[in-house]
Ligand binder design. Structure first.
Ligand code: FDA
Length: 392
């Protein structure tokens, strides 16, 4: 049988990073995916409106064992490059908050944009295609695939692993990228769920549904965003953000309503209407159920006029430095990203190419680079996908 014609590049995973890479890898490149639709995570992202980047994205918004690794790709393909690409395709957007840019239309519009770019670059997308085995000899990768149920072997000098992390297996996540990294002798850093709700047993079930602005702190990092109480524990943007910095057995500190000076507000109320009950007064500053819980936990009761500043101390403590110890996270089923992954020490930060296996690249979430909540993870997918695609 004649040897199959080598592909200029084979990209494993038609998600955000893989499609971006295919759009720059040149004619004849092929991006495969085992799902029957490309870009499933883009589709469900940002509540269906894809938070595709962040105006303020920079290396400071990413976690990695090597905080310098992401700098090169992020500075060569920036958020403004993607914004320009959106403009070129007539896709409009808006800033929601904190520099987070969302599509005006549904997230599908971003998938269409990427597929149009892939088609314009004369690259191909093969769906319902699985990887069976990868061999490597004479500088070439020989990859056994199952495409639409039929076996098919392809060869290539450039193999790009863009198969994402472990989060949300229901929509396609597998451990393929980590297995390939191990096969080729690449080290992996520890992986764990990121941007994920934290669990607290049933401690907050009475407060389920209550939301409140808060400052969440852990390991020297703080985020001011919304906090949401759920039946399982805590969620909302503030918790998702801090979950990236939390490790099992550690506390997180919560300051409710960080823009509010509780002591001054309570003193004013004491002057104005000291005969009112403490819980009623606090319910004017916090959601009612949360006010009741905080007052109960502080052990205080009675009229505000009867409580001196010193007597209010336990309440103020609970409002401004509430130490909570999560029992765990809601896991990969709910995590938006996977922290950790392919160790960047084995990769070129310029091309995402393996330092030990020429032609092998790792891009996107499979790499040990994880962004904060707010469009940063897609920016990493665009930047790293572009860096590998243009280097092939
Ligand atoms: P991605 O997961 O996108 O793609 C990997 C592809 O590889 C998938 O298509 C998968 O099917 C395929 N694949 C996996 N295993 C395979 C195998 N064995 N064979 C063949 N194909 C295989 N980020 C952000 O910046 N803004 C946002 O608004 C959101 N919102 C959001 C919501 C939710 C619910 C989640 C779960 C995640 C987000 N994210 C996000 C994170 C963002 O979706 C994520 O970081 C990127 O999609 C990562 O891009 P990748 O291309 O690396 O992986």
């Amino acid at each position: 049988m004649p040897a199959p014609t080598p592909l200029p590049a084979l990209i494993l995973g038609a998600g955000a990073a893989g499609l971006m890479c295919a759009a720059h890898a040149g004619p004849g490149a092929v991006v495969i995916d085992h799902m029957d639709r490309p870009g499933e995570k883009i589709r469900i992202s940002g509540g269906g409106r894809c938070n595709f980047t962040n105006m303020y994205a920079g290396p400071q918004n990413f976690l990695s064992a090597n905080p310098h690794f992401a700098k090169s790709a992020l500075s060569r393909y920036t958020q403004w490059d993607f914004v320009y690409l959106m403009g070129r395709h007539g896709v409009t957007w808006h800033e929601k908050t904190l520099g987070q840019l969302f599509c005006d239309e549904k997230s599908e519009r971003v998938i269409r944009l990427l597929l149009d770019e892939v088609a314009a670059a004369q690259a191909e997308v093969w769906l319902k295609t699985e990887v069976r085995e990868i061999r490597h000899a004479d500088g070439r990768f020989v990859v056994d695939l199952i495409r639409d149920g039929q076996p098919l072997t392809v060869t290539t000098r450039a193999l790009v692993v863009a198969s994402g992390g472990k989060s949300i297996p229901k929509i396609g996540a597998t451990g393929l990228g980590y297995r390939i990294a191990e096969q080729f002798g690449h080290a992996l850093t520890d992986t764990r769920p990121g941007l994920v709700p934290l669990t607290f047993g049933d401690s907050f079930s009475d407060l389920a549904g209550v939301a409140c602005p808060a400052r969440l702190s852990c390991n020297g990092t703080s985020f001011d965003e919304a906090l949401l109480f759920t039946h399982r524990g805590l969620s909302g943007p503030a918790i998702l953000q801090i979950s990236n910095f939390w490790h099992e057995g550690e506390d997180v500190s919560v300051r409710l309503c960080p823009d509010l000076d509780f002591l001054s507000s309570l003193k004013e109320e004491r002057q104005r209407a000291g005969r009112r009950d403490l819980e009623t007064v606090l319910a004017g500053l916090l959601p009612k159920r949360l006010a009741a819980q905080v007052v109960r936990d502080s052990g205080l009761k009675g009229r505000l006029a009867d409580l001196s500043d010193a007597a209010l101390a336990p309440l103020l403590d609970r409002l401004t430095d509430w130490h909570l110890r999560p029992t765990g996270t809601e896991g990969y089923r709910k995590a938006e990203v996977t922290l950790g992954g392919v160790d960047t020490a084995g990769l070129s930060s310029r091309s995402m190419e393996s330092r030990s296996v020429p032609g092998l690249h790792f891009i996107g979430e499979v790499v040990d680079v994880t962004g904060w909540l707010g469009g940063y993870n897609f920016q990493w997918a665009w930047s790293s996908g572009w860096a590998a695609g243009t280097a092939i």
